[in-house]
Design a protein. Structure first.
Length: 91
């Protein structure tokens, strides 16, 4: 949808290079979640691989990717476990 398109354009326009780390991290989280919600697992996997290593150290981003990893191998119980185990920030 339009959220995915916005995130893709944000990344392609290299806006993350001009944004604060917190803003950039937030957009990567939303982008990854949007791919997972749309079941676009290939795109989610490629996004994770090109996410800057400094951002991949974030615990919540790692938790989002753990959900994606479990989705990738069709481990529904693992998806539920990963969702329950994470410490999610309030919106």
């Amino acid at each position: 949808g339009s959220l995915i398109r916005w995130c893709e354009e944000w990344e392609l326009d290299l806006k993350h290079s001009l944004a604060s780390t917190a803003l950039s991290l937030g957009v990567y989280k939303v982008h990854l979640l949007a791919y997972l919600l749309a079941a676009q697992l290939d795109l989610a996997r490629f996004l994770w691989r090109r996410t800057p290593p400094s951002l991949r150290d974030d615990a919540e981003l790692q938790a989002i990717w753990e959900v994606g990893r479990r989705m990738w191998v069709e481990d529904r119980a693992g998806v539920q476990a990963a969702l329950a185990a994470a410490q999610w920030a309030s919106p």
